[in-house]
Design a binder for this molecule. Structure first.
Ligand SMILES: Nc1ncnc2c1ncn2[C@@H]1O[C@H](COP(=O)(O)OP(=O)(O)OP(=O)(O)O)[C@@H](O)[C@H]1O
Ligand SMILES: [Mg+2]
Length: 402
C-alpha cells in the first residue's frame, strides 16, 4: 500500500504548487477525496490556501448576524446564512469579476433523516455541499455538522462526514474495488482487520461483491457510483453528503442505490442533492429548494406538493366525441368554484378527453360526470392525478410560487 500513497501526494503537490491561493488550486484540492483531505488537511498549505482564499474574497467565514442559532443535539447539519463568492477571470490584463454562487442559505437537517437540497443547474447546491463538507471556505455565514463548526473545527467535521461527489474523480482506476477501499481505509487510520471487515460489508451493501477484485477502470458508471458510496461509508460516519448519487444510473441500478441509501437512515443523516424528483419524494423527510443561490422554499414533500394543490387534475374520457356539446360542458365546468382550467381534446380511443385542473377533485368529478351523462354520452375512463413533487418544484423554481 505504500506505493499507493505516491499518486495522492504527487497530485496534492502538483495541485498546490508554489502559490496555493487560486480558485483553480482550491478546486483541484476539492477533487481529492474527503479521506485524502482528512489526511492532507494537516499540511500547512491547506490552511494557507484557506486563509488566502478567504482574504482574497474580502470576507472571512464570520458568524452570521442576528438570528444566529447554533446546532442543537437534534440537528445533524445546520447552515446559517451561508454565502460563497467565486472570482472569475484570471487574465491579468482584464478585470476579474465575482459570482455569488450561494447567498444567505440557512437550514437545519435533523439527525437520522434524509434532507434534500433541490434546485436547477447552477443553483448553488454543490457549492453549499462543499462548504458543509469543509471543501470550500464560506465567504460568509456559519455551518455546523454534528455540532462542530465547519471552519473552526474542520478536522472534527471531516471525521463525522462521508462525502459522495461522484464522477470519475476520487477513485483509483488501476486498483480493484476492494483495494480502493483498503487504500482509503488506511488514510482514515483504520486497522487492516477492520478495513477488511468493513470492505466486505460495504461491497455487499452496494452489490459489488462479485466484482470486488476487478480494476475500477473496467467499471461502468453505475458501478463507480456504488463504489463511491461504499467509500463514503468506510469510516461509518454519522453524516453523509451525497451529491446526485444516482446520476447516470440505469433505472434498476438507481432503484438499488436508492434502496441502499434508504436503509442508511436512521443510523446516518443524509444530505442529498438530486434532479430526480421521485427520488427526492421517496427518500427525503424535508426538502429545501434553492434557486440563484437562495433557498426559495422548504418543507416536507407533502407540504411542498400542497402548495400546488390547485394543480390536481381530473381526467374524464368519453366513449364517443362530445362534438357540438363540448363547448357548453367545458364552459359549465370552468365556472365551478375551485376550477382553474379545463381542456378538451380527442382521446386516443376515439372519444373526447376533458382535463380539469382544480383543488377540489370530488366536486369536479361529480360535475363532469353529471354534465357528460346529461348529454347522453357514456363515460369511458376516469382518472384523478395528484400533483407531484415535480409540479411543485417547477412552480417554485419557476417563480410561480414561493
Ligand atoms: N470554482 C468555481 N469557480 C467559479 N464559479 C463557480 C465555481 N463553482 C461553482 N461556480 C458557480 O457557482 C454557481 C453554482 O454552482 P453549483 O455547482 O453550486 O450549482 P449546482 O446547483 O450544483 O448545479 P448542478 O445542478 O448543475 O450541479 C454557478 O453559477 C457556477 O458557475
Ligand atoms: Mg451540482
Amino acid at each position: 500500500m505504500t506505493a499507493c500513497l505516491h499518486p495522492c501526494r504527487a497530485r496534492w503537490r502538483d495541485s498546490v504548487g508554489s502559490d496555493p491561493t487560486s480558485d483553480d488550486e482550491r478546486e483541484t484540492a476539492m477533487a481529492l477525496s474527503n479521506a485524502e483531505l482528512q489526511m492532507l488537511a494537516s499540511h500547512h498549505q491547506v490552511e494557507l490556501a484557506r486563509r488566502a482564499d478567504d482574504w482574497r474574497l474580502g470576507s472571512s467565514a464570520r458568524p452570521a448576524g442576528a438570528g444566529t442559532a447554533a446546532a442543537t443535539p437534534d440537528d445533524a447539519i445546520v447552515a446559517d446564512g451561508l454565502r460563497r463568492v467565486f472570482r472569475i477571470g484570471r487574465n491579468p490584463l482584464r478585470p476579474s469579476r465575482e459570482v455569488v454562487a450561494v447567498e444567505d442559505v440557512s437550514f437545519r437537517a435533523p439527525r437520522g433523516t434524509v434532507f434534500g437540497l433541490l434546485g436547477p443547474n447552477g443553483a448553488g447546491k454543490t457549492t453549499t455541499i462543499k462548504m458543509l463538507s469543509t471543501l470550500l471556505i464560506p465567504s460568509g455565514g456559519r455551518a455546523w455538522v454534528g455540532g462542530r463548526d465547519v471552519v473552526r473545527d474542520d478536522r472534527a467535521v471531516r471525521r463525522q462526514l462521508g462525502v459522495l461527489l461522484g464522477g470519475d474523480r476520487g477513485l483509483y482506476d488501476k486498483l480493484s474495488a476492494r483495494d480502493n477501499l483498503v487504500y482509503f481505509g488506511h488514510l482514515y487510520g483504520m486497522t487492516r482487520a477492520s478495513i477488511e471487515r468493513r470492505a466486505d460489508q460495504l461491497l455487499e451493501l452496494v452489490n459489488l461483491r462479485e466484482r470486488s477484485d476487478d480494476r475500477v477502470e473496467g467499471f461502468s458508471r453505475g458501478m463507480k457510483q456504488r463504489l463511491h458510496l461504499a467509500k463514503a461509508l468506510l469510516h461509518n460516519p454519522p453524516v453523509l453528503v451525497l451529491d446526485e448519487p444516482t446520476i447516470g444510473l440505469d433505472p434498476a441500478a438507481a432503484v438499488d442505490l436508492r434502496r441502499a441509501i434508504g436503509n442508511l437512515v436512521p443510523q446516518h443523516t443524509i444530505l442529498l442533492t438530486t434532479h430526480d424528483m421521485n427520488e427526492a419524494d421517496q427518500l427525503c423527510r424535508e426538502i429545501a429548494i434553492i434557486n440563484h443561490g437562495r433557498i426559495v422554499a422548504q418543507g416536507s414533500p407533502a407540504e411542498l406538493k400542497e402548495r400546488v394543490a390547485d394543480e390536481r387534475r381530473v381526467i374524464v374520457s368519453t366513449d364517443q366525441p362530445l362534438n357540438g356539446r363540448s363547448e357548453a360542458i367545458v364552459d359549465d365546468l370552468r365556472h365551478l368554484s375551485g376550477v382553474r382550467a379545463v381542456e378538451h381534446e380527442l382521446s386516443v380511443r376515439g372519444g373526447s378527453q376533458l382535463t380539469i385542473l382544480c383543488a377540489d377533485t370530488a366536486s369536479a368529478l361529480d360535475a363532469s360526470l353529471a354534465a357528460i351523462r346529461g348529454s347522453g354520452i357514456g363515460v369511458d375512463q376516469v382518472r384523478v392525478v395528484e400533483p407531484t413533487l415535480e409540479d411543485a418544484f417547477l412552480a417554485i423554481a419557476g417563480g410561480k410560487l414561493a
